[in-house]
Design a protein around this ligand. Structure first.
Ligand code: IPM
Ligand code: MG
Length: 407
């Protein structure tokens, strides 16, 4: 016998979820355009360390950030604020993904540098609260998760535009057991949310002259929400006649990213949330590992910059947090520089990072006492940025790597 009562309870729960999403759509419709940083008297940058290795690598990255912005900080044009309270202990205590007072402080900033936070998973000692990352992306409406990956010697120059507020993540903590035997989760795509991420991808492709966008879906199976991505991409493409676009299924995309004959053709990707999560880890691995990639979470009013990896609590319990690799966080600083109109500083930082992590490698990080500490590595990056021959040295290394790859 089908449990009629269970259906009724499920309908009510589902109704409440639909209501919240429809209310969200109304907000999205009323959305204002992006903030113009150049019009601000003062740019406020919030720094929150997070959990596990987060405070360690975040502090190293902050040093680099403060060095790059020293002139602006001295002139009172940039203020750095330390924001506490985003720890798993505090979140578990108040049973919230982001404690209210912390969220209030975050909302007073324009831009945030955030260390990784622990996301409770089934079986953890922590209560099953929502991921702080996901909550921050939703609360601050950081709809575009922009993740660049480049390997010059392989001709790889990819930028991923991952939708960051919808998809399988929107109701990731709101699925439920309809009965003991039936569990259901939900996937959400709105017209507004889908359109703005696709436009962001096309805008980037046009602005950079890359002129090629690949939409990554599984629309043969997930027909409604992924279907919306495909339909809207076709429509939006008409506004960008110079930008070529195509549609790939996510499974074959995982294969093509490791296909030397095809992968360097790709330029800009636009993906729903979950595929974006998965594919960007794969892409980061091709670049040298998740420790090498940064992540920009961009909205119209706020932006948050972070590592793409987790908080590695084991490194802390084993007493080696100071050896955690801060490169992903430092990369996030470079992305921040590009975002706040300091792209020259961002470019220099990226070159220095390439030299330190891929080419010169005077210091190596092993995650333990056999290698450098995160702070030592950050200092190495700082010294490298200040090299008078930075640009020529970087170009020399890249040319040599390209020549080697050809042989
Ligand atoms: C990422 C991470 C997060 C995500 C986790 C930590 C919630 O994997 O930023 O890619 O799934 O988005
Ligand atoms: Mg991820």
């Amino acid at each position: 016998m089908v449990d009629e009562k269970a259906i009724q309870v499920a309908q009510e729960k589902f109704g409440a979820l639909v209501r919240r999403q429809l209310e969200r759509v109304e907000k999205l419709k009323a959305e204002e355009g992006p903030i113009d940083y150049s019009k601000l008297d003062k740019l406020i940058i919030g720094v929150c360390g997070g959990d596990g290795i987060g405070p360690y690598i975040c502090a190293s990255a902050q040093k680099v950030m403060e060095f790059l912005l020293a002139d602006k900080i001295a002139a009172g044009k940039v203020e750095i604020r330390q924001i506490d309270g985003l720890t798993i202990e505090r979140r578990a205590e108040v049973m919230k993904a982001i404690p209210d007072d912390t969220l209030e402080e975050l909302k007073k900033c324009h831009v945030i540098l955030k260390g990784p936070t622990t996301t409770p998973a089934k079986g953890d000692p922590w209560p099953n609260i929502e991921s702080a990352n996901v909550a921050m992306r939703k609360e601050l409406d950081l709809f575009a998760n922009v993740r660049p990956v480049s390997v010059p010697e392989l001709g790889i120059d990819w930028t991923f535009f991952r939708e960051n507020t919808e998809g399988s993540y929107a109701l990731g903590s709101d699925g439920f057991f309809v009965s003991d035997d039936l569990a259901m989760d939900f996937c959400v795509a709105t017209h507004q949310g889908t359109e703005r991420i696709i436009r962001a991808g096309f805008e980037h492709a046009k602005k950079t002259g890359k002129n090629y966008v690949s939409i990554i879906v599984k629309a043969n199976i997930i027909k409604t929400t992924d279907g919306l991505f495909v339909d809207l991409a076709d429509r939006i493409a008409k506004d960008y006649p110079e930008v070529k676009h195509d549609v790939w299924f996510v499974d074959i995309t995982t294969a093509k990213l490791i296909d030397p004959a095809r992968r360097s053709d790709f330029k800009v990707f636009v993906l729903p949330n979950l595929y974006g999560d998965i594919i960007t880890d794969e892409a980061a691995q091709i670049q040298g590992g998740v420790g090498t990639a940064g992540s920009a979470n961009i909205g119209n009013r706020y932006a948050m910059f972070e590592a793409i990896h987790g908080s590695a609590p084991r490194m802390v319990t084993e007493g080696r947090a100071q050896y955690a690799d801060p490169c992903s966080m430092i990369k996030a600083v470079a992305l921040m520089m590009n975002h706040i109109g300091e792209s020259e500083k961002g470019r220099k930082l990226e070159m220095a990072l390439d030299i330190c992590t891929q080419f010169e490698k005077k210091l190596v990080m092993t995650g333990r006492s056999t290698g450098a500490t995160g702070d030592e590595f950050a200092q190495y990056v700082l010294d490298t940025i200040q090299r008078p021959d930075l640009e020529q040295a970087w170009q020399g290394y890249v040319d040599a790597a390209i020549a080697k790859a050809k042989n």
